[in-house]
Design a protein around this ligand. Structure first.
Ligand SMILES: CC(C)(COP(=O)(O)OP(=O)(O)OC[C@H]1O[C@@H](n2cnc3c(N)ncnc32)[C@H](O)[C@@H]1OP(=O)(O)O)[C@@H](O)C(=O)NCCC(=O)NCCS
Length: 168
């Protein structure tokens, strides 16, 4: 059953016709992120700004959005952006930044995220990136395990302090 489900899924580049579904997916992704990081991520997105952002990503030169489709239905997404560290006019390093990974709950557990990440990493290598980076909530164990499968390892930590509490 799971194998049959997995076989229906195609990974491809975001098209204009997908953007409405993508926005709905992205809103769910933000709610999931808000549950992990209520003090850092707003519970609701600015839909107009989100539409502008994702429409611009369809033909983005330095970024790519991959979607997982079942027929015309979008069931998963991932974004990847190329970052260049510059010194004056020389490009010193390139890396990619991975974001917005989300798979619809009913399509989880059949390898969709794995395939989306693979597509993002292949794209990164073709652009000459030396490494890929991402940020994630520490309590998100599913994502930690998933990224660990690919060899992602923590390099930096963000510490937060609620400012309403009195200083010690
Ligand atoms: C995390 C998420 C993207 C995983 O998507 P998925 O398509 O179900 O993942 P896959 O089926 O490709 O799983 C690949 C591997 O990831 C790990 N994994 C995925 N879901 C897991 C879970 N719930 N618990 C533990 N490990 C999990 C496993 O190692 C799995 O390999 P296995 O099936 O051989 O054990 C999905 O649960 C999701 O969209 N969550 C909400 C959004 C989110 O957390 N995004 C990441 C933000 S950084």
């Amino acid at each position: 059953m799971r194998q049959a489900q997995a076989r229906c899924v195609r990974i491809g580049r975001l098209q204009h016709r997908d953007t409405r579904q993508l926005l709905a997916l992205n809103a769910q992704a933000d709610r999931a992120e808000h549950a992990f990081l209520p003090d850092l991520v707003a519970p609701r997105i600015d839909r107009r700004a989100a539409r502008r952002y994702w429409c611009a990503q369809v033909h983005g030169r330095d970024g790519r959005v991959f979607v997982a489709r079942v027929g015309l239905r979008v069931v998963g997404m991932i974004g990847v952006d190329l970052k260049r560290a510059r010194h004056r006019y020389a490009v010193l390093k390139r890396h990619t930044y991975i974001d917005s990974l989300f798979v619809l709950p009913q399509w989880r557990g059949v390898g969709v995220a794995r395939r989306l990440i693979r597509a993002a990493l292949d794209w990164s290598r073709r652009r000459g990136a030396s490494h890929a980076a991402l940020e994630m909530a520490v309590p998100n164990m599913a994502a930690r395990r998933l990224y660990g499968v690919f060899g992602f390892a923590p390099r930096e930590m963000m510490f937060t302090l609620p400012l309403r509490s009195p200083a010690p």
